[in-house]
Design a protein. Structure first.
Length: 288
């Protein structure tokens, strides 16, 4: 389960419907071109929190059918609707996903006992394992080392997707939980996270920049930090340009330029303007 995982983009048509052909192409591009070790399906990058339960299931089906056993697959099933999360957990497990993940419950100010019950309800409903998805800057949920330790007492909770800039907490977690999987969640911080000992990374830009991410990760693991840093510099230049033009729209526009039917973003995300398309074309030519 270690290595570089793309947080899978999903292709939608102009009306917001799943574009199956395009989604299959994105899966294959990640596996065949970016050479990622796995796919994280149903996360923020997949525009998951704007989808119906049936749409989420269909994406799980298509991704699994296309990827087969070529790479490891993690299904993000988290939802503020706990019944939906359990339903999705059972569905993805039956499909043969290697592991589940769930975002911390958000919007309402849940206390830790409620968060713990949420995770244990999901994972105890299936014969599978769980990766906690911690992304405080979007959910507002900050958990302490002691709270992670309490969650990890459940042997089926095997790790965390750590999407936070708190590298002190990351270092403390790596030292404390040597038997748990820790994935870096910020693409722009891959190198320092790898130096601190993460087992892998899960990122949206890996749908395009996965090959560079693998080089950074492998070089850092080998102790070649200087060379890894040069690639991280290029990667961060790329990320800066993408963010300034609109993250998900630009990633899809670049994939489209590369021959992948990446489609559109789902509303209320905006449609790409001509200026965004022109900028994406320049970014593609500059870095790929």
């Amino acid at each position: 389960m270690k290595g570089i995982y793309s947080a899978l983009l999903v292709s939608f048509d102009e009306n917001g419907n799943i574009n199956e052909k395009g989604l299959r192409q994105i899966v294959r591009h990640n596996i065949d071109v970016c050479k990622v070790d796995g796919l994280y399906v149903g996360g923020s990058t997949g525009e998951n929190f704007m989808l119906s339960t049936e749409e989420k299931k269909r994406i799980f089906e298509i991704a699994k059918d296309e990827a087969q056993n070529d790479v490891k697959l993690i299904a993000q099933v988290g939802s503020v609707n706990l019944s939906e999360a359990v339903e999705l957990a059972k569905f993805a497990t039956d499909l043969g996903y290697d592991c589940l993940s769930a975002v911390t419950p958000f919007y309402y100010k849940f206390d830790f006992s409620e968060i713990k019950n949420y995770y244990e309800t999901i994972i105890n409903s299936v014969d599978n394992n769980m990766i906690i998805y911690s992304i405080p800057f979007l959910t507002g949920v900050n958990m302490s080392l002691e709270q992670f330790a309490e969650l990890f007492e459940n042997d089926k909770i095997i790790g965390v997707k750590f999407t936070a800039a708190d590298f002190y907490l990351l270092e403390r977690m790596r030292k404390e939980f040597t038997d748990k999987l820790i994935y870096a969640g910020f693409d722009e911080m891959l190198l320092p996270a790898t130096v601190l000992g993460v087992d892998g990374a899960i990122g949206s830009t890996f749908n395009i920049n996965g090959a560079r991410a693998k080089k950074i990760f492998n070089l850092a693991k080998e102790g070649n930090v200087k060379e890894a840093l040069e690639i991280q510099h290029i990667t961060n230049d790329f990320i800066t340009d993408v963010l300034s033009n609109g993250l998900y729209q630009t990633l899809k526009l670049i994939l489209t330029e590369q021959g992948v039917d990446a489609g559109y973003c789902k509303q209320p995300m905006k449609l790409s303007t001509q200026e965004m398309k022109d900028n994406a074309s320049k970014i593609n030519k500059k870095y790929f």
